[in-house]
Design a protein around this ligand. Sequence first.
Ligand SMILES: NC(=O)c1ccc[n+]([C@@H]2O[C@H](COP(=O)([O-])OP(=O)(O)OC[C@H]3O[C@@H](n4cnc5c(N)ncnc54)[C@H](OP(=O)(O)O)[C@@H]3O)[C@@H](O)[C@H]2O)c1
Length: 511
Amino acid sequence: MNPLNPLRAGLDDERLAPPCAIVIFGASGDLTRRKLVPALYHLQISRMLAPGSAIVGFARKSATDAEFREEQREATMQHARSKPVDPESWSTFESSLFYVQGAFDDASGFERLKSQLERIDATHGTRGNRLFYLATPPEFFGPISRMLASAGLIGDPTDSASFTRVIVEKPFGHDLESSRVLDRALHEVLHESQIYRIDHYLGKEAVQNLLAFRFGNAIFEPLWRRENIDHVQITVAEEIGIEGRGKFYEGAGATRDIIQNHLFQLLMLVAMEPPSAFDADSVRDEKVKVLRALRPMARERISELTARGQYGRGTLGGAPLTAYREEPDVNPDSRTETFAAMRIDIDNWRWQGVPFYIRTGKRLTRRVSEVAVRFKAIPVALFGRSQAETAPNELVLRIQPDEGITLRVAAKQPGSRMLLRDVNMDFRYGTTWGRTSADAYERLILDALLGDATLFARNDEVDESWRYITPILEYWQEMPAPGFPNYSSGTWGPAAAEALVERDGRRWRRP
Ligand SMILES: NC(=O)c1ccc[n+]([C@@H]2O[C@H](COP(=O)([O-])OP(=O)(O)OC[C@H]3O[C@@H](n4cnc5c(N)ncnc54)[C@H](OP(=O)(O)O)[C@@H]3O)[C@@H](O)[C@H]2O)c1
């Protein structure tokens, strides 16, 4: 049992964050309303925020504390994971919500913030601990950090009495050069140990379970290599389109939005070597080695090893859907890809010759994120024709929805003859644990408060992922888009994606 708080009896598998003032920049935005404040509320009601923690919203518009609290109450009622929101719990929570008005280039706003934080230290006992959450467009990450430093709000990273940490949102740059510029701007005033680059995929239980599954069991790791695995498929498919975010998506596209960050995080966790310890640097050291071992895609092979697409009109469940180019704020001749697939090769001893096929897209047949590991076929078919109807073993790690793991094996069908069929061995999070998982933002904010950076991206990971992706994006930019739109909404993507795997004698899964 946690000795600090007797109310935590029975919750001793959980962790308690130290008292801290959490400042959200971009507090009038969508992320704050939909994710951050509901996550903080849940951390508070789960008794994982220390009593005395305070949350300060910082944004341009003028508002009082009372107005900010009301706005966030309405948003939390709508977006909280467990509903209804209990009025008494909310009222306790909102007494620690404050608002400071200011623009990111206005020193007086940062002075007001400083005074507010000093008051909070005195009244709440937050002891100078600060977590700054930059929920703003990335062009403000550098300016906000500089303003914080000028106002004397960035503490010494070696100070053991209090901490300053900064969470930065994605996108972290839009290519290698811009991500390096952004990184230099942050490092002007912050030490790497103070920077927490969030990728909400890493906050998902099923993603962390990839590590537990691989390194907490004796039976899988010996199989997890080129001798036994034919190939790996990683899919992040969305059913939705761009949902009114045309302005953002036109400058991003599927590769920047999903592959460079979420999908590469999955790739690293699947392919990494066992770390020497489960701590931030040991885990991230092994992850980044995977990216360093990626075989750079030779320019003349990019069109053969990648496929891009853009959705046209279509139907889903009988309902008509518009084309990407018909969406608001989208150029009617847009070349932005809403689908991307690639074959990736990892040049190391474990994975030489094992292709990783990755794909992501919008307006696909269904929403699903999964890693499918396809094992090699058996060397000799003992059971004749019926065996030919079974497929090689496949292990599917489902990230969302229906989080879980399925292992496909061949088994004897009951009866007098030796007939084999594929059967599934299934593990489902929902039914096994009987409780809903915390939202990824809850887990990640708590980790940042506790100073655990294991599930945050380090600068070398981000740099390596852009180093791989940028030449592909540049090549695509130079080449004409291949007859966009080239897939109908509600399908599994363009024919070029099928050709990408069929060329190697393989097929995409239909999850
Ligand atoms: N929303 C999501 O689900 C989500 C998911 C993953 C990552 N992200 C990332 O999180 C960040 C925030 O996203 P969001 O959806 O919350 O964006 P948003 O709704 O557009 O909010 C952006 C916030 O930044 C403020 N802002 C913008 N320009 C400003 C300026 N010149 N000076 C002062 N404040 C300024 C806005 O204030 P005003 O209200 O005054 O304009 C608002 O508070 C982005 O980097 C986004 O890519 C968002």
